[in-house]
Design a protein around this ligand. Sequence first.
Ligand code: SAM
Length: 218
Amino acid sequence: MAYKYIDNYREQGGRKQLVELLRKKGIADEQVLAAIGKVPRHYFFDETFWNQAYKDIAFPIGEGQTISQPYTVAYQTELLHIRKGDTVLEIGTGCGYQTCILLELGAKVYTIERQEKLYIRTKQVLPHIGYKANFFCGDGSKGMPKYAPFNKIIVTAGAPFVPEDMLQQLAVGGILVIPVGDEQSQKMVTILKVSDTDYEKVVLDTFRFVPLVGDRAW
Ligand code: SAM
């Protein structure tokens, strides 16, 4: 396994160019950009496709799923306003790239994936490349009540609506970032929990995610 995880000048240069591209596209949070500049995205690709790893594109990771486009990862992460020590729930672990970005920002991450093969693979790979998270396999559309409340919740698959369970599992002052729409396109939605009963919702740009599948989803 170890032979695969080599961070050459070519890949390091690719990351620098990617960071500059994301800056030009409007990502302004320097800590988010620094995290993108640090996490070796090529580690999540088969070596044959390393030349694709620092393009601003989504890419297949198996099981019909994708590693999200770097711009999307940066955009969602920026909206979360992660502070060191935040407890974050990530719904849709996938290959774990977004998880690593959250960890680089100092979050304590609980991440759940419904596809067992991806869950097993990612749970093995992340510690191997130096990232420690709490991994779970199952339907995250109901959140994870056992570990709530969370300071931040990020959903990395497209939902048909905002599941009530997730709002309940947010701490007061917490933020949920979730793409909501139909199966073709979704609007990025952020919800700030102002008090136990009050929320501030903002609807932002359009994206296209793989569907959130589950009890409180598609
Ligand atoms: N953040 C990931 C990354 O960096 O690679 C990309 C995630 S991919 C776009 C979305 C993931 O959400 C897929 O792996 C999919 O299997 C997962 N997913 C879909 N519905 C889910 C659910 N109800 N609970 C947990 N994971 C789910």
